[in-house]
Design a protein around this ligand. Structure first.
Ligand SMILES: Nc1ncnc2c1ncn2[C@@H]1O[C@H](COP(=O)(O)OP(=O)(O)OP(=O)(O)O)[C@@H](O)[C@H]1O
Length: 589
């Protein structure tokens, strides 16, 4: 007793129980939405239990009629028996169909909901997780929750009903029989204890292991080229083997314990059923009960044992559910982005479509949560029809500045606004909502599998072929697309496969231009182009009649003299370079 109290105290101290309670409340809050499905599922389950109970009673009558213990209509009882057996099959099939249907529906709804929440989660918080881990949480943990919501509570009611109703019938006919039938319960309870203790541990380990495996596979498959180039095939196959060995060891370890438990449970089951059998024969022999009652007892003792085992199995299910809930709560309870300015931004964008939209950032401070301070008192401005360049050594903060502009990161200090044209007075604070006014071409390849036209229409579904060709021309991509046999209907493979790096970059730029966003951000997006093409692309963007504000980050100073303004990121600030400094930079290159 003292041990138990100490254990509970330890759990309370660690907050395990408190956590489990919070996780259960979180599941219930989802469950509330689906109460109708839960009620339907419960009713079907109770109907099934009722039908099988009545079948047992009819089978008793049938045996008694046959053995001459009871006079009755043999045919009618036989027909009732067949009728109820058929009803049993129908109810269990209907319940199976309903549960699959509801399960699929609830599963997709919960996954949609969690997916949407993940997408609006603060970017920096989300990047703390490996994408493999995120995918595993979203797929397996969400499925676990949807299964649990639908089954756990209804099953608790169904199994309890099954147990209580069978027990009531047994008690009614012969209370001594109940003692035999329930003989196994204390043993089952005793056995489930060590299983439960390890269950929670194992569930946690298994979820983490799945995430690790998924992450490994995902990274390996998307980096096959690098693996080959560095001759890492052996290393990666060995790594997979060692992960699999770790996984198998963990599963087998758990399986061994499960086998031991189920062997012991089965032995207990045998003892219980043979005791029931012996006791039944004795009662029939001493004329206390009929053959029919004995048959019914035997079938009901099976029901009692199985419903107790089913009730016991709900405990590990609850544990695995709370673990999944905890893993999802980690994600969905992270800070969320604020999209409250959506309509204000839309209105602002429409109002100032003609003059374009600029941006003004003043005295920004930004430090990553890891403690890396990137900006201190940095200011930057960019207006329509301008190309503003951000230059600076690697790791100085160019990409971070673009993330700040996109409100993926929030500065700790400073003012940051978009403005109408060059009018500083008419402005709107930057927020995740202002992102809809931007097009962003990040570093690396961002094309999807599909045709060139499909890729471009991803950002503007109603774009005509002419608009697509115009965007391709501005991005200097038309010169190679027009030579392709299928033109804009040519296939692009995963991650821009089938095209050179520079060609894929130009396609990405064309896609961003097609969107006609007031502000265009190019992060090293022209790095794979030759100098002539790079200058041509930027000149085209500058000369386009659309009032676009363009910000580019670059390592190459060769295009700086065509930019409206050049900021050098140094000493955590953005310093405007004069003509002389730009010329010097170009000469030094
Ligand atoms: N997600 C992050 N979390 C923590 N620190 C980061 C993160 N991303 C970048 N940093 C750090 O912030 C600093 C600026 O990085 P950033 O990527 O902005 O540089 P950059 O100028 O764009 O570099 P490059 O020219 O190599 O692309 C670096 O010291 C980098 O290590």
């Amino acid at each position: 007793m003292k041990d138990k109290l100490l254990l509970i105290q330890k759990h309370l101290k660690q907050g395990t129980l408190r956590k489990m309670w919070a996780q259960s409340k979180w599941i219930l809050q989802y469950g509330r939405r689906y109460w109708k499905s839960m009620v339907l599922y419960t009713l079907l389950g109770i109907a099934g239990s009722g039908v099988s109970l009545i079948s047992s009673l009819i089978s008793k009558d049938l045996v008694d009629i046959i053995t001459g213990h009871q006079t009755g209509k043999l045919l009618a009882t036989f027909a009732a028996m067949i009728g109820f057996s058929l009803a049993n099959i129908l109810v269990s099939q209907a319940s199976g169909y309903a549960s699959t249907f509801i399960n699929l529906k609830v599963d997709s709804e919960i996954k949609n909901d969690i997916f949407a929440k993940m997408l609006v989660t603060d970017w920096e918080s989300l990047t703390a997780y490996h994408t493999g881990d995120l995918v595993t949480r979203w797929s397996s943990d969400a499925s676990n929750i949807s299964n649990g919501i639908l089954n756990w509570l209804p099953n608790l009611i169904i199994y309890t009903f099954r147990f209580v109703s069978a027990l009531a019938v047994v008690l009614y006919y012969d209370p001594t029989f109940a003692l035999f039938a329930l003989l196994g319960i204390p043993f089952s309870a005793l056995l489930s204890r060590p299983l439960l203790r390890r269950m929670r541990n194992n569930n946690q380990k298994s979820a983490a292991m799945n995430a690790k495996m998924y992450g490994f596979n995902q990274e390996a498959f998307s980096n096959i080229q690098t693996i080959k180039a560095f001759d890492l095939i052996r290393f990666y196959t060995d790594r997979l083997k060692s992960l699999q060995t770790e996984y198998i060891r963990m599963r087998l370890d758990f399986q061994k314990m499960s086998i031991l438990t189920s062997v012991l449970m089965s032995i207990i089951g045998f003892i219980v059923s043979y005791s029931c059998y012996g006791w039944g024969i004795y009662r029939v022999w001493s004329n206390a009960i009929s053959y029919g009652t004995m048959t019914m007892f035997l079938s009901l003792s099976g029901t009692l044992t199985s419903s107790v085992n089913s009730l016991a199995s709900l405990i590990p299910t609850a544990i695995s559910l709370t673990i999944s809930a905890g893993r999802l709560m980690d994600i969905v309870e992270m800070p969320q982005e604020d999209y409250s300015q959506d309509s204000a931004v839309e209105k602002f964008g429409k109002q100032h479509r003609q003059e374009g939209i600029g941006l003004i950032m003043k005295d920004l401070d930004y430090t990553y949560r890891t403690g890396t301070k990137v900006f201190s008192g940095a200011s930057l401005e960019a207006y329509p029809h301008e190309i503003v360049a951000l230059v600076g050594p690697s790791g100085e903060g160019k990409t971070t500045m673009l993330r700040l502009i996109l409100s993926l990161l929030k500065p700790q200090k400073g003012s940051f606004h978009i403005c109408a044209g060059r009018n500083e007075k008419e402005q709107l604070a930057m927020s995740p909502s202002t992102r809809k006014l931007f097009s962003y071409v990040p570093q690396g390849n961002t094309m999807f599998s599909g045709t060139i036209a499909e890729n471009l229409r991803n950002v503007k579904p109603d774009a005509t072929d002419e608009e697509i060709v115009e965007a391709l021309k501005l991005a200097c991509a038309w010169e190679f697309v027009e030579k392709l046999p299928d033109g804009i209907e040519s296939e692009v493979k995963e991650r821009g496969g089938g095209f050179s790096e520079g060609q894929a970059q130009r396609l990405s730029i064309a896609r961003a231009l097609l969107r006609k966003s007031p502000i265009l951000l190019l992060d090293e997006a022209t790095s794979a182009l030759d100098v002539v093409t790079e200058r041509k692309v930027l000149k085209n963007i500058m000369q386009d009649t659309y009032p676009r504000t363009c910000i580019v980050t670059t390592h190459r100073p060769t295009v700086l003299n065509i930019c409206s303004r050049v900021y050098a990121i140094r000493d955590k600030r953005c310093e405007v370079l004069d003509e002389e400094a730009i010329t010097r930079m170009m000469e030094d290159f």
